[in-house]
Design a protein around this ligand. Structure first.
Ligand SMILES: NC(=O)c1ccc[n+]([C@@H]2O[C@H](COP(=O)([O-])OP(=O)(O)OC[C@H]3O[C@@H](n4cnc5c(N)ncnc54)[C@H](OP(=O)(O)O)[C@@H]3O)[C@@H](O)[C@H]2O)c1
Length: 290
């Protein structure tokens, strides 16, 4: 199976190298700049191309690994050049778009997919190690899905298969976990800075808490990793939080309450929780003015 890449950046180069190390035949790269294509080709022992038709003609699977905003552009180039052949597989690796961004290419008899690595790649060296433990998410045409599955089975990577129409929900979830977790930490640190503690000092001090919490989630799952006043049912503590936030940092109150209510929902899934206390806490959290 011959594989090529359009877009010789971090993901295209790393994934190409990973595939060639796993025994796949990476035939070459084409990129916006010939320099990038040459670098990736050198690393993967393949060829750098300037011309779409020579590269596409040699490939069974074509990975489009440009930045997201350029995918459509590449689709247009491929369409206009009329270089695709019946039965070829075209895949992009973006998390935010589904395979539908490639659907114009189906008129050439191609099969289109997205194959998203749930990982962040800052450079090629670190990415190869990371790829070993990366889970992928794939969606697209049913007909040749088994080909992509066989690639991931051969590399030894686990994968989710999802409904193409729900790719955006998948991506939103990934953004909540990786981006909004950062926002949540920043929100917590702002409580410290509001009482005069330097934010950098606060971050150093709470970092072991963050690590410990992540470790607990890893070992116990979300629900069982919960600690603190809500999971203990300490009603007075939560009332004190609400009153003090309302007086000192009122602009933080509404988000605090949303998070507390979500935490209460999570906590209520633990069978041993006191249902009466949970309902009392819910009323308190819903009743305080924001
Ligand atoms: N990085 C991550 O953490 C990560 C994680 C998961 C998924 N992804 C996805 O992987 C894809 C690639 O991301 P990346 O981080 O590897 O981006 P990147 O490092 O910025 O690389 C993008 C490459 O695309 C090339 N390019 C841009 N427009 C092009 C065009 N019209 N024709 C040919 N080549 C073009 C650029 O070429 P030149 O260098 O030649 O200018 C650049 O090397 C994206 O869809 C992204 O969403 C990234």
């Amino acid at each position: 199976m011959k594989i090529c890449f359009i877009g010789a950046g971090k993901v295209g180069t790393s994934f190409g190298l990973y595939l060639s190390q796993k025994g796949f035949n990476v035939v070459g790269y084409l990129s916006r700049s010939f320099e990038s294509a040459k670098k990736a080709a050198h690393l993967t022992n393949s060829m750098a191309y300037k011309n779409l038709s020579s590269l596409i003609g040699k490939s069974d699977i074509i990975f489009i690994t440009t930045n997201d905003d350029s995918i459509e552009n590449v689709v247009n180039q491929l369409s206009q050049a009329r270089v695709l052949n019946k039965g070829q597989i075209v895949v992009h690796m973006s998390g935010s778009y589904s395979s539908s961004i490639l659907s114009d290419l189906e008129k050439f008899g191609c099969y289109v997919y997205s194959m998203h690595p749930l990982q962040s790649f800052a450079n090629v060296e670190n990415s190869i190690k990371k790829l070993e433990n990366t889970v992928f998410t794939i969606e697209g045409s049913i007909e040749k899905m088994s080909v992509l599955e066989s690639v991931l089975k051969k590399t030894g990577n686990e994968y989710f298969k999802i409904d193409s129409n729900l790719k955006t929900i998948y991506h939103a979830g990934a953004c909540v976990i990786s981006n909004y977790l950062v926002t949540l930490m920043d929100f917590g640190l702002s409580f410290f800075s509001s009482i005069g503690i330097d934010e950098n000092d606060a971050f150093k001090a709470v970092y072991p808490l963050i690590e410990g919490t992540i470790e607990n989630v890893k070992n116990l799952g979300c629900k069982n990793a919960l600690t603190g006043p809500i999971s203990r049912g300490d009603i007075n503590t939560i009332e004190n939080h609400l009153n003090s936030i309302k007086v000192n940092i009122p602009n933080k109150l509404s988000f605090y309450k949303i998070m507390a209510l979500m935490t209460l929902d999570l906590s209520s899934k633990i069978p041993s929780q006191n249902k009466e206390k949970i309902e009392m806490l819910r009323k308190i959290l819903q009743g305080v003015d924001s």
